[in-house]
Design a protein around this ligand. Structure first.
Ligand SMILES: Cc1ncc(COP(=O)(O)O)c(C=O)c1O
Length: 381
C-alpha cells in the first residue's frame, strides 16, 4: 500500500517504536510509585518533556501537559479556560476548525456561552480584521487552528495572537496546531509568543496514537477537566505513560531534524497538483494561492465523485482520502469546503492527498498513474 493519507495518521517511525519498547517491557513501573522512582521514570518523563519544550520554544517542561491526543488537548484548552474564568462568556473560533474544537464550543454554547464562528475567505483564511471586530469585553478565548487538516491552509495565528494581546491581554489565544507540529517550525518564544494554549497529537508526526499535549503558557489560565491523582500539576491527572511520551518526543525530535525534507515533499505535492490540473481541465486545488502545509493537497475534480476516487485508488493500492477521516465516515460534505464557498456538488468531488517525510518520488508517480487512468477513463465516458 502506498500511503498518502498522512493527515489522518502516520506510520510510527522505527526509531520511535525502538525508543518506546524498553518503557513497555522493562521500565514499566508506575512513574509515581516508589519502584518507578527507583527506576528513574520521573527523570525520564521530565527529560522527555524538557526536550519537547526546547524544540517548541516553551520556557519550561511544566508548560507541556501530556494528554491522550489533540481531542483531549482541545477540550482541556477550551473547557479548562471556561472553568478557570466563568465570568467571561464569549468564544471566538472559525468555521473551518476540527470537530474537536467546533463540538466543544457548541457544547459551551448550549450552556449559555455566546459563540462567534468567523468566516474564511475563498482561500480558507481567517481575516485578522474579522477577529478584531469580534472581540468583546467578555471574550474568554480565541481558538483558531494553525493549519487545516483538509486543505493544509495555514492561518495567520501569530499575527492574530499579537493583535488580540495588544488590545486585550486578558483574552486567551488557543491554537489547534495538530497538523502543523512536525511539519512547519513552531517557536513559542518568537512567532507564537502571544499564544497561550497550543494543542498537538503525536500520531500526526510519526509518533504513537493516543498521546498528545497541550502547551499551557500560564497554568492558572485553565482549570482541570478531569479530577484524580493530581499528576501533571493537577491539570491532567492519571497515571503517566512514559512509553507514549518518549515515543512522541522521539518522533518530534526526528521530524524536527528532517525539516529540510519538507522542501522535497512540497516539490512532490506541487508536481502532483500540476499534473492533475493538466489532466483534468476543470480541476482546482483548494488554498493553492495562500500559504499551505508543504505536504497537503486538496483538489476537486468536477464530474468525479471523491469517495469513489478514494475507493478506486485503495483498490489500486493507494491510500488517499476525501476531506477528512471524519467527514468521509460521516458521508457529509466537508464543512471546511462549504465554508470556503464550494457548492455541495463541488465539495463532493474533492480528494485529499497528504504526503509525509517518507513519501518518495516513486510513490507520487504511482499515484499519478492511478489517478491519471481514472481521470482519462472518466473523460472518455
Ligand atoms: C486539526 C486537528 N485537530 C484535532 C484532531 C484530533 O486529534 P486526535 O486524533 O489526536 O484526537 C485532528 C485529527 O484528525 C486534527 O486534524
Amino acid at each position: 500500500m502506498i500511503y498518502l493519507d498522512n493527515n489522518a495518521t502516520t506510520r510510527v517511525l522505527d526509531e520511535v517504536a525502538d525508543a518506546m519498547r524498553p518503557y513497555l517491557t522493562e521500565h514499566f513501573a508506575n512513574p509515581a510509585s516508589a519502584i518507578g522512582a527507583f527506576a528513574g521514570l520521573p527523570r525520564a518523563v521530565a527529560s522527555a518533556k524538557t526536550t519537547m519544550a526546547r524544540i517548541l520554544g516553551a520556557d519550561n517542561a511544566d508548560q507541556l501537559v501530556v494528554t491522550s491526543g489533540a481531542t483531549e488537548s482541545n477540550n482541556l484548552a477550551i473547557q479548562g479556560a471556561a472553568r478557570a474564568n466563568p465570568r467571561r462568556r464569549h468564544l471566538i473560533t472559525s468555521a473551518v476548525e476540527h470537530p474537536s474544537v467546533l463540538e466543544v464550543v457548541s457544547f459551551l454554547e448550549s450552556t449559555g456561552y455566546r459563540v462567534t464562528r468567523l468566516p474564511v475567505t475563498a482561500d480558507g483564511v481567517v481575516r485578522p480584521v474579522d477577529v478584531q471586530a469580534a472581540l468583546s469585553p467578555d471574550t474568554l478565548l480565541v481558538s483558531l487552528m494553525l493549519a487545516n487538516n483538509e486543505t493544509g491552509v495555514i492561518q495567520p495565528v501569530g499575527k492574530i495572537a499579537r493583535l488580540v494581546k495588544d488590545r486585550h491581554p486578558a483574552i486567551l489565544v488557543h491554537t489547534d496546531a495538530t497538523q502543523a507540529v512536525g511539519k512547519i517550525s513552531i517557536n513559542l518564544r518568537d512567532e507564537f509568543a502571544s499564544v497561550d494554549l497550543l494543542s498537538f497529537s503525536a500520531h500526526k508526526f510519526h509518533g504513537p496514537k493516543g498521546v498528545g499535549a497541550l502547551f499551557v503558557r500560564d497554568a492558572i489560565s485553565i482549570a482541570p477537566i478531569l479530577h484524580g491523582g493530581g499528576q501533571q500539576l493537577g491539570l491532567r491527572p492519571g497515571t503517566e505513560n512514559p512509553a507514549a511520551l518518549i515515543g512522541m518526543t522521539t518522533a518530534l525530535a526526528a521530524l524536527t531534524a528532517q525539516t529540510g525534507r519538507y522542501g522535497a515533499i512540497e516539490g512532490l505535492r506541487n508536481e502532483i497538483q500540476r499534473r492533475i490540473l493538466t489532466l483534468h481541465p476543470g480541476a482546482f486545488a483548494l488554498g493553492a494561492a495562500v500559504t499551505r502545509l508543504p505536504n497537503t493537497l486538496s483538489i476537486c475534480l468536477p464530474g468525479m465523485e471523491g469517495g469513489d476516487l478514494v475507493d478506486r485508488s485503495a483498490a489500486a493500492g493507494i491510500a488517499i482520502s476525501t476531506g477528512s477521516a471524519c467527514a468521509h465516515g460521516a458521508n457529509k460534505p466537508s464543512h471546511v469546503m462549504l465554508a470556503m464557498g464550494l457548492s455541495h456538488a463541488h465539495a463532493d468531488c474533492c480528494i485529499r492527498v497528504s504526503l509525509s517525510v517518507e513519501t518518495t518520488p516513486r510513490d507520487a508517480e504511482a499515484f499519478l498513474n492511478v489517478i491519471g487512468t481514472l481521470i482519462i477513463s472518466n473523460v472518455a465516458v
